[in-house]
Ligand binder design. Structure first.
Ligand SMILES: [Zn+2]
Length: 182
């Protein structure tokens, strides 16, 4: 998640300045929240008319198609990271620039229904993986190329956060036809 958006609060808990998501959940809660937020993404997408899905309301604001393709990519990155942190000793985790992918691959033209079909099994696999972990795995570390040491718990929170945050974005853009946060 964007380090400008997610900041450490006075209490020491990481929090998203935009949607208010807090990084203080248990492993079981993150598995549940990821599934619940996935359902919110699906509801927002279903309520978005097809002819509105590829539209950018502003030049720099992603379309619903782009958000959905981004979620496929980001959820795959998070799943791979938690699996690697669980099985490898302090694995090196490469930074990925979400903005580059959206522009380079032309995500505005990606069929959101197809992205939805890819997103669901990834989140299901993630939730099942978390539920099957031993308790001490939650504190295992990876080495992020820009952020340094990161805990599995922090990486896993990103899944629930990405899904919830972008469910709000998709609902604002696709259903209400407004710029998120305005
Ligand atoms: Zn957020």
């Amino acid at each position: 998640m964007d380090p400008v958006q997610v900041v450490r609060t006075d209490g020491g808990v990481m929090e998203c300045r935009e949607c208010g998501f807090r990084y203080n959940h248990t492993r079981a809660e993150i598995a549940d929240l990821s599934e619940q937020h996935l359902a919110r993404v699906g509801n927002a997408l279903n309520a978005t008319p097809h002819d509105a899905r590829g539209v950018r309301l502003q030049p720099k604001l992603w379309s619903v198609n782009a958000y959905m393709a981004h979620l496929v990519e980001a959820s795959g990155v998070v799943l791979e990271r938690v699996q690697r942190v669980a099985t490898e000793e302090r694995p090196a985790l490469a930074w990925f620039d979400e903005n580059v992918s959206v522009e380079r691959f032309g995500y505005d033209g990606y069929d959101a229904d197809q992205s939805w079909r890819k997103l669901q099994p990834t989140v299901a696999e993630f939730a099942a993986f978390l539920r099957g972990l031993p308790d001490d795995a939650w504190e295992r570390l990876g080495i992020h190329s820009t952020a340094g040491e990161v805990r599995m718990s922090e990486i896993a929170h990103d899944m629930a956060h990405e899904l919830g945050h972008h469910a709000d974005d998709i609902h604002a853009i696709g259903v209400e036809r407004r710029v998120p946060g305005e």
